[in-house]
Design a protein around this ligand. Structure first.
Ligand SMILES: [Zn+2]
Length: 324
């Protein structure tokens, strides 16, 4: 019997309500906390061919940042409903697929922690060393103590179960795709919503910068009034152990994936504006990472659904924008 978590319950209700024929759900792994066990669910929707254009969506890497999982689940609710009546969308999903882990760190989320139940920050856990000079002390990843935030895990230890689950799911379902765009949903940094492309480890240019810029241009031209600040993650700060840096290196170094395009993005929802407009929310444990007022919450839900939809179409039609 699994423990309850609001986001997990919402997701499971959604899956029961929409038993779509081309939707598969698997329990990829389970994580234990002191009292309860939680599943990490992985969903694949649409074209079952693993080489098909794939949009990979990940939420809840940091347990405190519940809004990321909530945006993702809200998007799935819109999508599943539309798939019951929109024939164009049904046709599109014969071509593309969405692979998603909406709640990667349910143990952390259940305990309102950024880290997983072992105290490890999953976004500092990959075997990637940053040599950059603008890596902030502690925030960039530390091995001093799991009691401090941004803990990388013990030196030389295997990946944490959640991190390994993400890597295995991506290898099986996403890196195989001729075109794969990924979005990892986070919140808590800055005044604006940012879309980050790699690297996190270095300020050296990202090898797929041309492709990332082509997608930026497409977004700028399509939604002239979009709100996103699009930049390299390393423009804000650099870190050790980023899982997307790691996955990107796996992808780039494998001859299997030559001529494939894998572009992982991070959506960092700028929660400091929520704080500025409602300073008392800092008193809530989720206040730094979550819009507390209902109208602001609804706006966040609406805004990013449009972005995910754009990414889906861009994934499906990459030949029309990608410079390959
Ligand atoms: Zn985060």
């Amino acid at each position: 019997m699994f423990g309850h978590l609001q986001e997990l319950d919402q997701l499971q209700q959604l899956l029961e309500r929409f038993p779509l024929p081309n939707l598969q759900t698997r329990t990829l792994a389970t994580v234990e906390t002191a009292k309860k066990t939680y599943p990490i669910l992985g969903l694949t929707l649409g074209n079952p061919d693993p080489s098909a254009p794939t949009l990979f969506l990940v939420g809840g890497v940091h347990g405190l940042e519940k809004i990321g999982s909530q945006v993702l689940i809200a998007y799935l609710a819109v999508l599943f409903r539309q798939l019951t009546w929109d024939e164009h969308l049904q046709e599109l999903f014969k071509k593309v697929r969405i692979c998603t882990i909406p709640i990667l760190n349910p143990g952390g989320m259940a305990h309102s922690r950024r880290s997983n139940p072992n105290g490890v920050d999953l976004m500092r856990n990959a075997p990637v060393e940053s040599l950059s000079s603008n890596r902030p002390w502690l925030i960039g990843g530390q091995r001093l103590s799991p009691r401090l935030p941004w803990y990388r895990g013990p030196e030389g230890a295997p990946l944490e179960r959640e991190a390994q689950t993400l890597i295995d799911f991506a290898k099986e379902n996403c890196l195989t795709a001729k075109t794969c765009l990924a979005i990892d949903f986070h919140s808590g940094f800055g005044m604006r919503d940012r879309l980050w492309y790699p690297y996190a480890k270095t300020q050296e240019p990202f090898p797929k910068l041309k492709e990332a810029m082509a997608l930026k241009t497409l977004l700028d031209l399509t939604y002239a009034h979009h709100v996103y600040k699009i930049e390299s993650q390393s423009d804000s700060y650099t870190t050790h152990g980023d899982l997307w840096d790691y996955l990107f290196e796996i992808h780039e170094s494998s001859p299997l994936y030559r001529d494939h395009l894998f572009l992982p993005w991070t959506l960092e929802m700028g929660s400091w504006t929520w704080l500025k407009k409602n300073p008392l929310q800092i008193l809530s444990p989720h206040g730094l990472f979550h819009p507390m007022k209902l109208h602001r919450y609804s706006r966040v839900m609406r805004r990013h659904i449009l972005l995910i939809d754009f990414f889906l179409k861009a994934t499906a039609h990459s030949s029309s924008w990608s410079p390959r």
